[in-house]
Design a protein. Sequence first.
Length: 635
Amino acid sequence: MVTIGIDLGTTNTCVAVWRNNSVEVIPNEAGNRLTPSYVAFTKTERLIGESAKNQVSNNTANTIFGVKRFLGRQFDDIVLQKDIKRYPFKIINCNGKPKIVIKHKGNKRTYSPEEICAMIIYRMKEMAESYLSVKVEKAVLTVPAYFGDAQRQAIKLAGSIAGLEVIRIINEPTSAAVAYGLNRRLTGKRNILVYDLGGGTFNVSVLSIGNSCLYEVRAVAGNLGLGGEDFDNRLVAHSLEDIRKRYGIDIESPKNLLCLKSAAETTKRSLTSARDAILQIESFCNGNDYYCRVSRTLFEKLCSDLFEDTLKLVGDVLSEARMLKHNIHDVVLVGGSTRIPKIRKMLTEYFDGKHLMVLNNPDEAIATGAAVQAAILTGLCNDNLKRLLLIDVLPLSLGVETARGLMFKVVERNTPIPCRQTKEITTLEDFQTTMTIEVFEGERTLTKDNRLLGVFELNKIPPVPRGIAKIDIIFEIDSDSILTVSARDRSTGNSESITIKNMNKLSKDEVQTMIDDAKKFREEDDENKSRLEVRNQLETYIYDVKTTVTENLDKLSGEECAHMIGECVNALTWIDENPDCLREEYERKMSELLIRWSSFLRKIRGHVVKRQRSELYSSDGEDNGTTVEEIHEEK
Ligand code: AMP
């Protein structure tokens, strides 16, 4: 059974597999190893990846991207609220959760971020299946190290909606570290710092690698709302101001903003190799072309606070790992945004001139590590890999609320996982028989500043004065950093437990509805594929007939030729004007044309066959061409 590794990125997604003792990154239908994390809904079909991204400017409201940033977030989450204003598609509040509203086939529909991610994951599964020619049912998915419990749950759910069993969730920098160590002989103990700056998130991790096989994460830190898109947005803000000053207009339409964002990204990328670049958009400001020269220095100035923020987190992670910068043997760069020269310069200076390790394909490193982990977990790897052991850490502290809304931490962040920790709590009131246990995630002292993961009750506590009852709170965190909490009354042994995933998010029915919906969509996709195939066959047939007629004008009368050419032109116009017909309608059209044109084509064929015979007997023939009916017979 093949298991794949998927790196679902904010900007791009990458899938890889371990085969023949090495990792193979699987290309998409266009031959690219990275697939844009885009899903689009049109009047007739759903598009995923390249095709979705390519049509974004004509279908802004129904092209969804960057949705990984919404995973596991509540609607009123600050990062999400900031993002909503920038995205051209509509996001609504559905019982406290964000849902994306789109129009598809003339109908309004809403999707959760998990469902959109599932569509991208499913495309990766399809790509892997067609590349490997086997069914793929299991996967290792990667997540930013700083993803909390809700976000990990969300990605796991997305995997199952996509029809995959997610056998492990691993942290992106850990995965990249595995890719880094893959073909290197690392002797002794090496400390590495993985600086991972992608399109939407920033993660930094410190790991110790022992003898090439023990990967021990020492600490993680990050910012889930900081990445390449934020740099693009700084350039967008600069251009908006420039347009306001130069033309006196405010650009507000989502389509124009998207255009500007895309131009800003291109400019940003150009500034990686050039010192100056022009941000340009044709027919933009009141129909005028817009040009704005941006120097690398200006770009660096616009983003300087964001770049600095990443360095602050590097400092934090080092102190969490109880290391000094000279304890780090290698600094490994991962993620597309680490190509930015200023970032490299700042990091080199921070590490006192240390040479930075840039992996060969920094955008593929995470999927590569995930494919290795998938092979290890399924035992389909060589002996060297079998020795490899990953020890990850919990990204955020977990605890319960105690008196006056205080956060009582049960498991501190950066504790190695899997783990189990028990803490004792007691009742706050005299003769209290029920205790409500609220589980939180976060670093702040007051629970109101942290994220509520779930609530459950422990009943039948013997009525004793406050402070006497002894209740054990047990937190168990599995290898995916997913939490189960239980509470046990020591005097009676009575206990209650919850796996946060069951109560935090969606009911079983809601999950099933999503899975069924995704299945329906896939059936629609298959139907659409076969509809397009029939349309293409019809179009090819008409072109073939047209060519046959024009190459055999002498076989028909002038009137017949004009009639057939006219018929072909009309039929091609009909296809152009009816791009959205059902498969049956194209089939009907095909049968109709086959019948209508058969006598003309027979006539041509009759002449051709006659000529072929006479040429055969005179044995000095030239190339005769083939009639369309013969082409179809050959097929
Ligand atoms: P990732 O999530 O790792 O695929 O990274 C995607 C981010 O990298 C996007 O924001 C890209 O704009 C950014 N990126 C890719 N190539 C470059 C480049 N040459 N210079 C600057 N940023 C880049």
